[in-house]
Design a protein around this ligand. Structure first.
Ligand code: PNS
Length: 187
């Protein structure tokens, strides 16, 4: 079936089908804030697809495959039955086409400070035009994660700062290793 035809045939949720949510992002790398949103999103939906995006506009620290593996390991490490509800996949193409293809009822996004609002507002508006049947649901970042962003974690790490309270020990180890590798290549 052609991709467009497949899209039009958006899997309609029946009373018995699980409510699927799609949490898209770059996750370069996943922070404690991302994990908190994943944990809390599973209270809202029965099944959560974490869509790890190929983001051509961004110079990623980790490859797509690396990011998928890192997020999978992080989800597994939470170890409270969460892994059974969460699936980590690569997200290619337009978000809302992808959301339709996977039968998502909603997009989940985390909202931190007011600075996130403008970008999220625009994106949600555009996405609603593209696929009005799919809602975007915002989860407010928990108090202790309000200020964490992947971009700043990378910046702090590159400049030799302590990143241990922003990401899991596993992610901190991987990020420090990657930063050291990149510095070695530049020398
Ligand atoms: O973690 P990020 O970088 O804020 O996530 C951004 C993401 C992946 C959600 C956004 O770039 C996206 O939706 N990409 C898919 C391409 C797309 O649909 N772009 C149009 C958005 S209106």
């Amino acid at each position: 079936m052609a991709a467009t035809a497949a899209r039009k045939k958006h899997r309609k949720a029946t009373p018995n089908s699980p409510r699927v949510g799609l949490y898209p992002g770059s996750f370069d790398p996943p922070t404690n804030g991302h994990l908190d949103i994943i944990r809390r999103a599973t209270r809202v939906v029965n099944k959560l697809i974490v869509g790890v995006a190929i983001n051509p506009g961004k110079d990623a620290m980790f490859t797509l495959q690396e990011r998928i593996k890192i997020v999978e390991d992080e989800v597994r490490s939470i170890n409270n039955g969460l892994a059974a509800k969460v699936e980590v996949r690569s997200l290619e193409g337009l978000l809302m086409h992808y959301a339709r293809d996977v039968g998502a009822a909603c997009i989940i996004r985390g909202l931190r400070a007011v600075t996130d609002f403008d970008y999220e507002f625009q994106m949600t508006g555009m996405n609603a035009r593209i696929a009005p049947e799919i809602e975007t649901v915002f989860l407010m970042a928990s108090e202790n994660h309000q200020f964490i962003s992947s971009r700043l974690v990378k910046e702090v790490g590159i400049l030799g700062g302590d990143i241990d309270s922003f990401v899991s020990p596993r992610v901190a180890r991987l990020l420090k290793k990657r930063i050291a590798e990149r510095k070695a290549v530049k020398r």
